[in-house]
Design a protein around this ligand. Sequence first.
Ligand SMILES: NC(=O)c1ccc[n+]([C@@H]2O[C@H](COP(=O)([O-])OP(=O)(O)OC[C@H]3O[C@@H](n4cnc5c(N)ncnc54)[C@H](O)[C@@H]3O)[C@@H](O)[C@H]2O)c1
Length: 385
Amino acid sequence: MSRLSKDSVIGVIGAGTMGSGIAQLAATSGHNVVLYDSFTGASAKAVERIRTTLEGLVKKGKINEAGLNTILSKIKVANSLNDFAPCGLVIEAVIEELEIKKDLFRKLEAVCEPSAILATNTSSISVTSIAAACKGSGRVMGVHFFNPAPVMPLVEIIPGLATDNAMLKEVTELIQSWGKTTVQAKDTPGFIVNRVARPFYGEAIRIYEEGIAHYADIDWAIKEIGGFRMGPFELMDFIGNDVNYMVTETVWKQMFFDPRYKPSITQKRLSEAGYFGRKTGKGYYDYSENAAQPELSKDMESGKQVFMRIISMLINEAYEALYYKIATREDLETAMTKGVNYPKGLLAWGNELGLKNVLNTLENLYETYKEERYRPGLLLKQSAK
Ligand SMILES: NC(=O)c1ccc[n+]([C@@H]2O[C@H](COP(=O)([O-])OP(=O)(O)OC[C@H]3O[C@@H](n4cnc5c(N)ncnc54)[C@H](O)[C@@H]3O)[C@@H](O)[C@H]2O)c1
């Protein structure tokens, strides 16, 4: 019998982008929510943001006014961590810094009931390293939501080395009851999505840096030929070049500088310049009104080569993740289609394109550049045979 239920109070720490989304989701799913942020006024601002989002849903007819009020009434702004005492599950979504997260988990352990489950929404820090702050590290796990949390269907569930299996199952079932699709990932850098997706950005930038194709043409090829909803440069501008750079650099460092994940100077410069993308009005593209947009060459032959290079790198990454048991075959496919809206799972896509073609593409790149980033993984090589 699961201890977590609709009656469980959900604690959310950090009332920024992710924390406010998670609080909205939990309250919409019927829970009483306690929301805390150390920055004065941040939680109140988050509640206002949630109200605005809910008002949008009322306008669209998805909820009514009474529903809006019920959801908002369920979110209580906490004055201190002591207000987390009644929580059955606490989800931490503060800034991405290990020492700050460890300090919070240490404090939570002192405040919460021994049965309370403590989860982190970290994108790139090891769950095990956060859990190490607690004496009872069995109740600590990762629950990685995607932005915006109320909308994106995927949640990656990440057990740390000591996580209690029964507790992991309870949290997985609870989050599924909130309408989410869950996948389980090994506690390794980038978990599933932020690891497997790296070449979508990195290889696209590399092709652009080499002058093989303009970024707008790369975006065109990926959408036109690959059927992706957004090209890599549009997506980086959407995510924020600052955020995307930070994730790339973190994964690369944590993978002990594996050249497959090497960040790009181009992206670093955009980030340094404040060209974050949509949120600052300029990234690769100019988002100001009436700004001129790059002209497309729509060269199908070049587009096919660009697409094949990027998709082969992605498929290789998915095979590596499978080989190293980061996730099951099924969860890998689900993660990429539901977490980043890929039109197909990468393993299935490999079969469709022909694994021999994928392998050939990588071997040709490896032969040409003699760079480790293009090395095909063992499982891909074996499967292609
Ligand atoms: N933004 C995303 O797309 C995204 C997606 C998935 C996961 N994440 C992860 O979620 C977490 C939060 O990210 P975000 O984008 O919401 O950040 P954010 O900067 O929008 O919000 C972080 C909030 O945490 C608060 N905070 C900082 N230190 C605190 C402390 N000691 N106690 C309480 N509150 C504190 C800040 O005042 C801020 O309001 C990070 O771990 C991030 O890696 C982010």
